[in-house]
Write a protein that binds this ligand. Structure first.
Ligand code: TYD
Length: 408
């Protein structure tokens, strides 16, 4: 089967998990297919969200085996100019804030191709830890020493014994991928100095159910954090939530600063209060989520079907993983979209999992000139709308699919 159902909450062990959204059975969102693979049936896995009323963590009900999920994981941070800029700025700001010096150690969990650590490698001793071999090769080329492994308490002890404890530990967009968070937080406790900080960015569930898109739900993302849930996890391991910022990544993410001592900043209290007001610390806020997603599906399908009846030409823009959640849940197929363009050469020439829509190079936009483009990489909407000024001036319209359908 290559997956299992989780019966207890990943943070607090509660058995009281409540279903809040069912997106059906879908293929893995990053499993782009070769021409040969398209002829076979896609492997699909249940995609359901549950809520834990005891610690308020939103999580997937089913866990796909990591060997299946991350086999040949090809994601590279350096593929996204927006992320490069964001992580570099983060590295410099946080190193400054904690006065990191030449003799300190800075570790990154899930360091991928080393973009973040490269920024501060001349200022301090940096070490990346990531199981993705191909990304680690690129990181090493950037001069970022990288350990190819999954982070946990075993590795933490090894690193601490060899280099001493770390002043800073970063973890961006990786905590949500990990099933055994106890081992990771135990490891952070082992590796972090008493005057250090564990700085992690996680996609914010407040944004997911609000102004963001439900399509960020896919099998790689096991947990969807509120500050309430993250604080509960931190407390379990004796950490203080010293500070938090909202950063404009994947819609909105939380950058949470954990320390072994200190006091929460006023921002921590403000964001907790904001979540409470929205009912995110109880199932209340999530009861409205499934009907909202269902309405989003009806509205988008109605628009695409109406356009097709008028013989309009429509293509997709950006073959993102989230786009595959959207296409497969909504039942958008080759009947709606002729092709999807993507700037990454590794995706060009493949077909999307489930919907089997061909992924092509952006040049196709100029030879085919579709009348409408479904923006599947909506997280970069401002940058893309700006970049495609010429197409838009010639009449091509963009359809922004989530959280409500808009044509611009
Ligand atoms: P990404 O942001 O990584 O989202 P996900 O995590 O859901 O996969 O993916 C965005 C995709 O869009 C990526 O394959 C690159 C592509 N893209 C374009 O084709 N053109 C663009 O201008 C941008 C910004 C991205």
């Amino acid at each position: 089967m290559h997956y299992h159902r989780r019966k207890v909450c990943r943070i607090c062990g509660s058995k009281n998990l409540k279903p809040i959204l069912d997106l059906g059975k879908t293929p893995l969102a990053n499993a782009f297919l070769t021409k040969k693979q398209v002829a076979k049936r896609d492997a699909t896995y249940p995609l359901q969200l549950v809520f834990c009323p005891d610690c308020s963590l939103v999580q997937l009900a089913h866990i796909v085996d990591p060997e299946v999920l991350f086999k040949g994981y090809r994601y590279m941070t350096s593929g996204s100019p927006v992320l490069i800029e964001h992580f570099r700025r983060e590295a410099a700001e946080v190193a400054e804030r904690y006065r990191v010096g030449k003799d300190d150690l800075v570790v990154e969990i899930g360091s991928n191709d080393g973009v973040l650590l490269e920024r501060i490698k001349d200022r301090t001793h940096v070490l990346g830890i990531d199981p993705a071999e191909t990304a680690a090769v690129l990181a090493k080329k950037r001069g970022v020493d990288t350990l190819v492994d999954f982070f946990g308490n075993r590795i933490a002890k090894k690193v601490a014994a060899k280099y001493g404890q770390a002043k800073l530990i970063f973890a961006n967009n990786v905590i949500a991928h990990i099933d055994d968070l106890d081992d990771v937080f135990e490891g952070v406790k082992t590796l972090l100095r008493d005057d250090g900080a564990f700085v992690a960015e996680v996609h914010w569930v407040y944004n997911l159910i609000g102004d963001g898109g439900f399509d960020q739900i896919y099998h790689e993302h096991l947990s969807y954090f509120s500050l309430h849930a993250y604080s509960r996890l931190a407390k379990k391991f004796g950490f203080v939530v010293a500070d938090v910022e909202i950063v404009p990544i994947h819609g909105e993410s939380l950058r949470v600063y954990l320390q072994k001592s200190g006091k929460p900043s006023p921002r921590v209290k403000q964001i907790l209060a904001k979540e409470k007001k929205a009912g995110i610390d109880s199932i209340h806020a999530f009861r409205r989520f499934a009907p909202k997603v269902e309405k989003n599906r009806r509205d988008l399908l109605k628009l695409l079907n109406t356009l097709k009846k008028k013989n309009a030409t429509i293509a997709g823009y950006g073959a993102s993983a989230k786009g595959n959640t959207l296409l497969n849940y909504m039942g958008i197929t080759k009947k709606h979209l002729d092709f999807i363009t993507d700037t990454l050469p590794s995706k060009q020439g493949t077909f999307t999992p489930g919907a089997h829509i061909p992924v092509v190079a952006p040049e196709m936009l100029f030879s085919k000139r579709p009348e409408y483009l479904l923006l599947l990489a909506w997280n970069y909407a401002p940058a893309i709308l700006h970049k495609e000024k010429a197409l838009r001036a010639q009449g091509t319209k963009f359809i922004i699919p989530v959280p409500t359908v808009r044509v611009v």
